[in-house]
Design a protein around this ligand. Structure first.
Ligand code: ZN
Length: 400
């Protein structure tokens, strides 16, 4: 460890500290040009002639108990002889346009990553809009740019970002979970705007796109990525099957005599839990329930058998198995299952393509948890670009 002069905290290339003044909770650090180093263009580093000089100030992080530290510095303005831009010189440790040092903005951004903007504003004694604007600028600067080359598979989903009906369409890299695109709306067009930005080569590398069966994205993929296979999300499909079991249970309950209802009562858990997860006593209860009611037995067996589609290694065999399952479901006489079988028959290709591509929505699910937390912290999302970069940063850093 070495002893430093407090001035060393404010040593910026091309400037020297002239004086530091403090009063109560505010400090002013006054810089002047270092005569040995001429002012340079912040864009191309050409020397700028000192024709027009001015003064400016930025805010910096707290110093001991002094919450507000202003740094006052001289500027040179003019047309840069190198890049021909009209520039105002400032230390490179300061943000090029915002009235703050990078280190202060990074601190604000770190706080904004863990606490709501309003609270961060209160702690650091700046406005909430400054918190958001610093955070956004830091994230935009630090988050790697999107590389769409060589992506194997995508995940598409819709996400509600505001209370009531404000949806966005999100696209993730299915292998890494990296957020690639976010667009207002949940229609196919919200996805198509992204797919149209891909080069022919980028399109060719995408083998599969995972999505929910109920979504509106299938057509957009078929039109823009004709070679990619669509994979309907496995967990949503299993959920659909569970819902059919539950519907069957409800209709059986409604039609059952008081005597029979005592078997059905509490059956929801037994019917929807995987048989392998049921303990001995519960297994006995399930057997009782099934012995008492034929429809529930059928529904339960259909549910258990559906999962087996995903055990196949060949698409062909999985497809044959799914067709058999759909035939059984249609013959079962259970309306919710017949409806499901008709839907599954139509989309059998997109269901069994899982066997080949193994895409699940796991990455989307963990992403969804992030979204809720981040929206809460940013106190709403009036600025979608900000929400995008915050979320993207999270998904990229998780992989770093
Ligand atoms: Zn320049």
């Amino acid at each position: 460890m070495k002893t430093i002069n407090i001035k060393a905290l404010y040593s910026f290339e091309g400037y020297v500290v002239e004086e530091i003044r403090c009063e109560e909770s505010c400090a002013q650090v006054k810089l002047r040009f270092d005569k040995r180093i001429p002012p340079k263009c912040p864009r191309c580093h050409s020397v700028i002639p000192k024709n027009k000089t001015g003064k400016s100030c930025v805010i910096d992080s707290a110093l001991a108990h002094i919450n507000t530290v202003w740094i006052l510095f001289p500027t040179v303005q003019g047309r840069c002889p190198g890049c021909e831009h009209f520039v105002t010189t400032r230390p490179k440790e300061f943000h090029p346009t915002k009235k703050a040092t990078w280190r202060h903005m990074r601190l604000v951004s770190a706080w904004a990553g863990v606490a709501p903007a309003i609270q961060v504003a209160e702690i650091l004694d700046i406005s909430a809009s400054s918190v958001r604007s610093y955070d956004k600028a830091v994230l935009e600067h630090d988050t790697p740019t999107i590389n769409l080359d060589g992506i194997r598979a995508l995940l598409v989903d819709e996400k509600s970002v505001r209370r009531k009906h404000n949806y966005v369409t999100v696209v993730l890299n299915a292998d890494t979970g990296e957020l690639l695109h976010m667009h207002e709306g949940k229609k196919g067009e919200s996805l198509a705007v992204f797919l149209r930005t891909l080069s022919e080569e980028q399109k060719r590398s995408i083998e599969a796109v995972g999505m929910d069966r109920g979504g509106a994205y299938k057509r957009a993929v078929e039109q823009n990525l004709p070679d990619a296979e669509i994979v309907f999300d496995r967990f949503h499909l299993v959920m659909n099957v569970n819902q059919a079991v539950d519907e069957t249970r409800r209709s059986e309950w409604n039609n059952a005599s008081i005597e029979d209802r005592k078997f059905i009562k509490g059956g929801r858990f037994l019917l929807l839990t995987n048989s392998s997860n049921l303990a001995g006593e519960k297994k006995g209860k399930l057997r009782e329930l099934m012995a008492a009611n034929q429809s529930l037995t059928t529904a339960y067996l259909l549910k258990e058998q559906f999962q087996a589609v995903y055990h196949y290694k060949s698409v062909g065999w999985a497809k044959r198995y799914l067709a058999q399952w759909c035939a059984l479901a249609l013959e079962s006489g259970l309306k919710p299952f017949a409806r499901l079988a008709r839907g599954f028959t139509k989309s059998s290709r997109q269901i069994v393509s899982y066997v080949k591509h193994k895409i699940t929505s796991g990455k989307i699910e963990s992403f969804n948890n992030q979204v809720a937390r981040i929206i809460h912290r940013s106190c709403g999302v009036s600025d979608l670009d900000y929400l995008f970069i915050r979320l993207r940063h999270k998904t990229v850093m998780r992989n770093a």
